[in-house]
Design a protein. Structure first.
Length: 236
């Protein structure tokens, strides 16, 4: 009974082929071949579908990556433009700052030059008129004879480095002007400044009276006496 059921479950595929001569041929294809063929077709179909799905997913991912790259490029472009503008702004600020620094340096240099110029012992050492002669002996020196009430003045800005006795004139004041210059004032009056004082140009050192009308004035450069007429402004 079981063998009879198995026989009834078998099947085959009949192919009918008509040739050009009119003859009809029949070919039987067993169920096993049909099943194998169906299985192969099924597998190929599944492979094709899977390949299609895979390609679709790959294309979508590629599109997504392209979109992300485009967005990233746009963002980088915006950032680059922003940085370019910022760099331009910074360049402008640097230019302005450089100009300001340059102007400041020029002002500071001008102030320094003015300070050095004011420090040079070029001024006239008396507040009034006087007669002047040059010392005939010893180191270069100008000898002024002034009237009472005239003041002996600093010929430039500087610092008092000594106030001591002078064998000939009574008192000697030495003023250091920097840059190797010193001015020396010799007078028999009472010194009105003290050692170590920082003085501007035109400060009073002595006041001329009947007993101290003469002033011996000298200039030193790098510890050597030079002719005061090289620097002094007689019209000052």
């Amino acid at each position: 009974m079981g063998q009879q059921n198995k026989r009834q479950g078998k099947y085959s595929l009949v192919l009918v082929i008509q040739e050009e001569s009119g003859m009809i041929r029949r070919r039987n294809i067993s169920s096993a071949v049909v099943e194998v063929t169906a299985a192969i077709v099924f597998i190929l179909t599944v492979v094709v579908i899977c390949k299609f799905i895979y390609d679709e997913i790959t294309i979508r991912n590629a599109r997504r990556e392209i979109v992300e790259q485009i967005v990233a490029i746009n963002n980088l472009t915006d950032e680059n433009e922003a940085l370019t503008m910022e760099n331009s702004t910074l360049s402008s600020k640097v230019t302005v700052l450089s100009g300001t620094v340059s102007q400041k340096a020029e002002v500071e240099d001008a102030i320094l030059q003015e300070t050095i110029e004011n420090a040079l012992p070029k001024g006239f050492p008396l507040s009034g008129s006087s007669t002047m002669t040059e010392a005939k002996e010893g180191d270069p020196m100008l000898v002024f004879t002034a009237s009472s009430g005239v003041n002996v003045l600093t010929s430039g800005m500087g610092t008092v480095v000594s106030v001591d006795k002078d064998e000939v004139y009574g008192t000697r004041i030495v003023l250091d002007h920097g840059n190797g210059y010193q001015s020396v004032y010799r007078n028999n009056g009472t010194a009105l400044v003290k050692n170590g004082e920082a003085l501007g140009k035109g400060y009073i050192l002595f006041t001329v009276g009947e007993d101290n009308r003469e002033l011996g004035y000298q200039i030193m450069q790098n510890d050597e006496y030079i002719d005061p007429l090289i620097l002094i402004d007689i019209n000052g």
